[in-house]
Design a binder for this molecule. Structure first.
Ligand code: ADP
Ligand code: MG
Ligand code: MG
Length: 200
């Protein structure tokens, strides 16, 4: 990927997250401690500040650098999880990846997040967006951006009726049902911003 393209992609993702900070905060106020919007905004503001230097590196190292930046800035439960995701994704990706390479690296990144969070699909977390997205990636290149984008949105919405078994939302037990998971929503936002950018 061209340096200028990668820089613009990082900016597009960062701006999307920053623009939705209030929505993420509102979601986290319902079933968490209300900081997910601020956490993500802080992290992606830093990614935006560093976009120039990050994009000077090859794609794999750039993604690893995004992960390190998020670990250092986001905080909360989501910081280490997002950080682990991007660091592993970068480590597993070749310089010029095919859709199959992206699918494989995405799979490895999910496994790393699951180990880190001691979590798996069905527990009302960001993993409930990442797993169906990976399944779309593994289904091949045809219309992959549209399919992934649609799946990410639907998967975030599908966390609404779920019972939270990980993270702060799990403290609410049954009262976590009926609200979208904030981390699932932020993951869908990041994935959607990536698909929109790459689709243009
Ligand atoms: P905190 O809950 O520490 O305040 P955030 O509000 O930034 O952190 O992030 C909350 C989100 O992190 C949740 O909505 C959920 O998606 C995700 N999350 C929390 N704990 C876990 C876990 N153990 N495994 C996977 N995801 C988790
Ligand atoms: Mg929180
Ligand atoms: Mg917190």
């Amino acid at each position: 990927m061209e340096q200028q393209t990668l820089k613009a992609l990082l900016q597009a993702v960062a701006q999307t997250v920053i623009a939705h900070a209030e929505e993420l905060t509102t979601l986290d106020q319902a079933i968490g401690d209300g900081d997910h919007g601020l956490n993500m905004k802080r992290g992606f503001e830093r990614v935006s500040e560093l976009a120039d230097s990050i994009s000077q590196q090859p794609l794999p190292q750039a993604l690893t650098e995004v992960g390190k930046t998020l670990v250092m800035t986001v905080g909360g439960a989501s910081g280490p999880l997002y950080g682990t995701f991007f660091m592993t994704f970068g480590k597993e990706l070749p310089v010029e990846p095919t859709v199959a390479d992206v699918s494989q690296a995405f799979n490895a990144a999910i496994a790393a997040v699951e180990r880190r969070g001691k979590s798996s699909a069905g527990q009302k977390t960001l993993i409930d967006v990442l797993v169906p997205v990976q399944e779309e990636l593994s289904a091949g290149a045809q219309d992959v951006l549209q399919r992934v984008n649609r799946t990410a949105q639907a998967a975030a919405a599908a966390t609404i009726p779920m019972l939270a078994v990980r993270g702060r939302a799990s403290f609410l037990g049954e009262r976590s049902i009926g609200h979208m998971d904030p981390g699932a929503r932020s993951s869908a936002l990041v994935i959607s911003a990536l698909c929109d950018f790459l689709g243009d």
